[in-house]
Design a protein around this ligand. Structure first.
Ligand code: CP
Ligand code: NVA
Length: 313
């Protein structure tokens, strides 16, 4: 099994297909243990620092409960309440936290801040969302897809909307795992070009296709998995009006999903903006797996923490 001990998760690029598989298998095991009430306190005495420079419901709760259920402890650190908010450097924060805790999770704006934290800290660092990526959410999404579809390779994923952090990480994971992904984004809202290049490189040996289009119908046709996300991510609130206009044709609604495979699943990392990127009928409809996705954050992060911190599973 791929060994993740002492590893960082800064980008979806950090995990090979085998390592992703290891996280998913471990997550399924831990989910079963929890659901059947069996003890799994694999990380007694271990601590996780969680730095937040942006708001969160799922990430905060699922990481905190993950550590609690594994017999460890999590510290919620609002960046504005620690000295980081008054100018103490990322590097010094990393050095100090490394003397106290066993791992650090950070939600922030710049990907380079997560990289710097990992560079100057001596404990593993996990990306809990940046402007560029959201790898933990993608692990939860993969577990959710696997639960519904059994396989991953060969599926067609339709990403409709903003070429944002979620789109970037999803594209990397699909390419690694041999899943075909088509991203439909309006002009000016493409995924990160460097990540597109990396995904295309990963896709070559797996045979996956990574397709970019402006046409949501092209992405949706025959899709097994339909994914969207907010049109204005955290930090982009000032662009809201302009974005709402640009994304009008990219709403996931009944007319659009009519083109998908009849057994498609609908995914959204949440929070959703009902009536914007998705309508109630789809969010609350029979194809929606959004609540499983939210729950699976807990299980994949327990797996990730257990593997990174060297627990015997
Ligand atoms: N999906 C997700 O990361 O949600 P939060 O912003 O609530 O953490
Ligand atoms: N793209 C969204 C994801 C929220 C979990 C954002 O960055 O705000």
């Amino acid at each position: 099994m791929a060994n993740l001990r002492n590893r960082d998760l800064i980008s979806m690029r950090d995990l090979t297909a085998e390592e992703i598989g290891n996280v998913l298998v471990t997550a399924a095991k831990l989910k079963h243990l929890q659901k059947s009430g069996q003890p799994h306190a694999l990380l007694p005495g271990k601590s996780l620092a969680m730095i937040f420079q942006k708001p969160s419901t799922r990430t905060r709760i699922s990481f905190e409960l993950a550590m609690f259920q594994l017999g460890g402890h999590a510290l919620y650190l609002n960046a504005g309440d620690i000295q980081l908010g008054r100018g103490e450097t990322i590097a010094d924060t990393a050095r100090v936290l490394s003397r106290y805790v066993d791992a650090i999770m950070i939600r922030t704006f710049k990907q380079s801040d997560v990289e710097e934290l990992a560079q100057f800290g001596s404990v593993p660092v996990i990306n809990g969302l940046t402007d560029l990526e959201h790898p933990c959410q993608i692990l939860a999404d993969l577990l959710t897809i696997q639960e519904r579809k059994v396989r991953l390779a060969g599926l067609k994923v339709a990403w409709v909307g903003d070429g944002n952090n979620m789109a970037n990480s999803m594209m990397l994971a699909c390419a690694r795992l041999g899943m075909n992904i088509t991203l439909a984004t309006p002009e000016g809202y493409d995924p990160d070009p460097e990540i597109v290049r990396a995904a295309q490189e990963y896709a070559a040996p797996t045979g996956a296709s990574v397709v970019l289009t402006r046409d949501p119908a092209v992405a949706m046709t025959g899709a097994d998995v339909v994914v969207t996300d907010t049109w204005a991510s955290m930090g982009q609130e000032g662009e809201y009006d302009q974005r709402i206009k640009a994304f009008q044709q990219y709403q996931v609604n009944e007319a659009l999903v009519a083109l998908a495979d009849q057994d498609y699943v609908f995914m959204h990392c949440l929070p959703a903006h009902r009536g914007e990127e998705v309508v109630d009928e789809i969010m609350d409809g029979p194809h929606s797996v959004v609540w499983d996705e939210a729950e699976n954050r807990l299980h994949v992060q327990k797996a990730l923490l257990a593997l990174i911190l060297g627990a015997e599973i």
